[in-house]
Ligand binder design. Structure first.
Ligand code: NAD
Length: 250
């Protein structure tokens, strides 16, 4: 029960890494609020997690919706000790084909989103006296990937945003860290693989890029989210932790 009585808000909590993290937190004694734009998946996730979970629907790019959702969650949980920013999107596009609209959408969800949620949650996190923020960035925020310029820009921005606000928020006893996952099998990645038209070739190309020769699991990322949100990482802030089967070496 490493998270006993901790209250944690998780964006993107209806699916993939966010949902796996929520399951882990609840198992370890936390109360969680799941924030997501997908009302249907949100309802299913909250029902699965039971009494220790609540759901708030919001689009992380909408300032008003974010403020209302964060306030609702903070009120219902009687405070906030942790925030996990896992809501995000990704798609492959060559630079020549990438439209400004697509660029804006990527930056808006993956970078404006964490900004808006962190900002809205700040008063509650400051009041906690021992709070944590974990931003789910990406290996693509540390190293370039072909046909991924918008995603790389959004996640590279998120890594440095994380480090910069770790400096600003240390005085409030808020630790801020990023996780940089490698390829992880989630609904998002399954969708992207299907869109390639040759799923098996794309799958093999991906696993050849890390030392473990496999995809990671959402649960393996959730373990790191839990660690960075718990007292066990009390001396860790401003870090970008790679959980990627060794792919940064390639
Ligand atoms: N899966 C991977 O291989 C991988 C690797 C590196 C980083 N990541 C990052 O991990 C995070 C989670 O990804 P995942 O693979 O679990 O994907 P996922 O699609 O399974 O989950 C993402 C969730 O975010 C929600 N979401 C999307 N846009 C939103 C918005 N505007 N407002 C609110 N919610 C929104 C979706 O509804 C979904 O429930 C993302 O930020 C992603 O970039 C994933």
């Amino acid at each position: 029960m490493r998270m006993r009585d901790r209250k944690v808000l998780i964006t993107g909590g209806a699916s993939g890494i966010g949902l796996a993290s929520a399951r882990r937190f609840v198992t370890e004694g936390a109360k969680v609020a799941l924030l997501d734009c997908d009302a249907e998946k949100l309802g299913t996730a909250a029902r699965e997690l039971g009494d220790n979970a609540m759901a708030v629907r919001a689009d992380v790019t909408n300032e008003q919706e974010v403020r209302e959702a964060v306030n609702e969650a903070t009120h219902a949980l009687h405070g906030l000790d942790g925030l996990v920013n896992a809501a995000g999107i990704s798609f492959w596009r060559s630079f020549a084909e990438l439209t400004f609209e697509e660029w804006r959408r990527m930056l808006s969800i993956n970078l404006d989103g964490p900004f808006l949620v962190c900002h809205a949650a700040l008063p509650a996190l400051s009041a906690s006296g021992k709070a944590t923020i974990v931003n789910i960035a990406s290996g693509a925020g540390l190293q370039p990937r072909q046909n991924f310029s918008a995603y790389c820009a959004s996640k590279g921005g998120l890594v440095l945003f994380t480090k910069a606000i770790a400096m600003d928020l240390a005085a409030d006893n808020i630790r801020v860290n990023a996780i940089c996952p490698g390829i992880v099998m989630t609904p998002l990645v399954e969708r992207n693989l299907s869109l390639t038209g040759d799923r098996e070739t794309a799958y093999q190309r991906y696993i050849s890029r890390n030392l473990m020769r496999r995809f990671g699991t959402a649960e393996e990322i959730a373990d790191a989210v839990l660690w960075l949100s718990s007292h066990e990482s009390a001396f860790v802030t401003g870090s970008a932790v790679s959980i990627d089967g060794g792919s940064v070496f390639h």
